[in-house]
Design a protein around this ligand. Structure first.
Ligand code: CTP
Length: 399
């Protein structure tokens, strides 16, 4: 079931570490190649010798082995793996993952990993329920990692409640299901735009908007995990794309985004325009910084090209997915854009919804199909919204 798959199992310090012996055995029996990483604390709970024997590979826990200058290369380990599973993920390791702290080999490998990362927390009830732990889980999910929820039950302390690491069989099932269902977009070339555009007024000023790019990046990661080859054209953003199938092209202005999208359109199967493209740009960009003379300043703006409308006009085999950000008359406006721009799907964001929209981690959308079918979703994380969009796209591709 996992023949040839390369799995990196990261074990941190929790009593649930003993379950990793069974998990390693399940992976190896299913044909996977397993390398185990342990924090020093984890080695108090389960013996590295047990895991080395079961995984048929040496266990890594130190940057430098044997004090003889032999170096464990975390970057190589991170590149080697098809999947990294951090189980058990202790409260401490989780907090460090949320904050980019890198004080051991497991964390350095996590930060370097290009593959999908799953994490299975294990800790006592009150630690698990603490708001900081819950916030850390959301942050780590927000980085594109997959959360394996702990079970509720009797914990090592005797308390009863959530915090018990998922059973080895459950983690194994999730891994198998990931590898078998994970390629519905295999061989598809998908162009995604994300983030804002900046329209220069002069060398130091621009007209921009509040788009963070998070929705577009979540879609790119989700679709890449589904096997697609992604070209991600993004406006200015601090976000990082993790997946190796994502080819990122940075642009600044609407005109640059337009040019880049058109250059890539012919070879693309699906376009997702989630970028917040400026509709107007300064008619002239001043070469020098504009001085504050006079009581007011008139800026003359001209219309940018509507990229999506142009794609709709030249549509051949491509499926087109647009976004509509509305503050009023939402549904009618979204449907008008769907029809006018010759789209297959439109994702409506309403700025009237609290916690939905630009900067946050969550979004609340309604998806309209060309047929008029409407699906309204609850408020959920942007990654979960990307999963819903993936399901719509899979249906469209099979229609
Ligand atoms: N879009 C585009 N090029 C533009 C403006 C918008 O490709 N110059 C795309 C957006 O990426 C989005 C869709 O068109 O997928 C709708 O964008 P939106 O800003 O909601 O609507 P507009 O068409 O710009 O209309 P308006 O601003 O009047 O609502």
């Amino acid at each position: 079931m996992l023949e040839g798959k390369k799995i990196l199992l990261g074990i941190s310090g929790s009593i649930a570490a003993y379950k990793c012996a069974a998990l390693t055995r399940l992976f190896v029996k299913a044909g996977a190649e397993v390398q185990v990483l342990m924090t020093t604390n984890a080695t108090d709970f389960v013996s590295p010798l047990t895991l080395a024997t079961l995984s048929k590979n040496p266990v890594h826990s130190q940057f430098v082995k044997n004090n003889q200058g032999e170096w464990t290369n975390h970057v190589e380990l991170g590149l080697w793996a098809d999947m990294m599973i951090i189980a058990p993920c202790s409260a401490n390791t989780l907090a460090k993952m949320a904050n980019g702290i890198c004080d051991n080999l497991l964390l350095a490998t996590y930060l370097s990993a290009k593959c999908p990362v799953f994490f299975a927390p294990a800790m006592d009830l009150d630690m698990y329920l603490h708001p900081s732990t819950q916030a850390n889980i959301q942050t780590v999910i927000g980085y594109g990692n997959t959360f394996i929820e702990p079970n509720a039950g009797e914990l090592a302390s005797g308390l009863v409640g959530p915090g018990r690491m998922a059973e080895p069989e459950e983690i194994f099932e999730k891994t198998v299901s990931f590898f078998s269902n994970s390629q519905p977009l295999k061989n598809k070339k998908i162009l995604i735009t994300a983030g804002p555009t900046y329209e220069a007024i002069d060398p130091v000023r621009f007209i921009g908007n509040h788009s963070s790019g998070k929705m577009g990046f979540a879609i790119a990661e989700t679709f890449a995990n589904a096997g697609a080859q992604i070209t991600l054209v993004c406006g200015p953003t601090h976000l990082h794309a993790k997946h190796p199938n994502i080819h990122r092209i940075d642009v600044t202005s609407a005109a640059q985004m337009h040019q880049t999208v058109m250059e890539n359109y012919a070879s693309t199967d699906v376009v997702v325009m989630s970028a917040a493209v400026a509709d107007f740009t300064p008619a002239h960009t001043s070469k020098e910084k504009i001085k504050k003379q006079g009581a007011d300043l008139q800026l003359s703006l001209t219309k940018t090209t509507d990229i999506l409308a142009e794609l709709g006009q030249h549509k051949n085999k491509q499926l087109l997915i647009g976004f509509a950000l509305e503050t009023n008359n939402e549904e009618a406006n979204a449907l008008e854009k769907l029809q006018k721009k010759n789209l297959d799907l439109i994702v409506l964001n309403s700025l009237q919804d609290k916690d939905a929209g630009f900067a946050g981690e969550s979004n609340k959308v309604t998806i309209f199909e060309k047929t008029g079918k409407k699906t309204a979703y609850e408020l959920k994380s942007k990654l979960a919204v990307a999963q819903d969009l993936l399901q719509h796209l899979i249906q469209l591709l099979h229609a």
